[in-house]
Ligand binder design. Structure first.
Ligand SMILES: [Fe+2]
Length: 213
């Protein structure tokens, strides 16, 4: 089903309209602005090197398909506050595998990769601002709710490091960043894929709004 503009705006995670002064009659001034996506902590496991297979398909390593965990298409758009799609933005994600390990020297090292999970990936947003990854729904670990780490960079905009969480799982007893209201705006609800595209069981949509530099 094609998205209408109304759906698209409503679908922006954490988007909210900034109230306009009621006396403004200029229609342009009434165009709602999108609030930039809140930052969240980077955590200790940002990938130390981006070499080899670092594409958007975290489920395929050396032509082999990772079959553990719940497969998930993770997609959305990179937008400005005005709702303009940002093309050529660099979108990076990193996350744990189905056993709860990061592919990072201070965590699982090469173990996730040896089990067939790429661990992190990087894509460039397309001409509609769209990005797309194929991955798994991360499991929770160490008292933290399941989350995917994001880092997004686009020319002329502030770089954003944040995390995406899952509805119903976004509470935590302790940990990086702790609980905050911003967390609600980073929380999405994945949908089961009735007709699994690309063999993924879930579809997750996370739209990201960047602030001007
Ligand atoms: Fe993490």
């Amino acid at each position: 089903m094609p998205l209408t503009r109304r759906h698209a705006i409503a679908g922006v995670a954490g988007a909210s309209a900034i109230g306009c002064a009621p006396l403004f009659t200029d229609a342009f001034a009434l165009t709602p602005l999108l609030q930039p996506t809140p930052a969240d902590s980077e955590g200790p496991f940002y990938p130390p090197e981006w070499r080899g297979d670092v594409d958007g398909d975290l489920l395929t390593v050396n032509g082999k398909r990772y079959s553990a965990g719940v497969s998930m298409l993770l997609m959305g758009r990179i937008l400005s506050s005005e709702g303009t799609p940002l093309t050529d933005a660099r979108v990076e994600i990193w996350q744990v595998d189905a056993t709860g390990e990061y592919r990072h020297p201070r965590d699982g090292g090469d173990a996730p990769l040896k089990r067939g999970f790429q661990g992190f990936g990087r894509v460039t947003s397309d001409d509609k601002g769209g990005y797309r990854f194929r991955t798994i729904k991360p499991v929770n670990y160490g008292g933290r709710p399941a989350h995917v780490h994001f880092r997004v960079e686009a020319k002329g905009y502030k770089s954003l490091t944040t995390q995406m969480y899952f509805a119903g799982e976004n509470t935590e007893r302790s940990g990086f960043g702790g609980f905050s209201k911003a967390r609600d705006r980073l929380t999405i609800k994945p949908e089961a894929m009735r007709d699994p595209a690309d063999g993924a069981q879930l579809a997750a949509k996370f739209e990201i709004v960047l602030a001007k530099a």
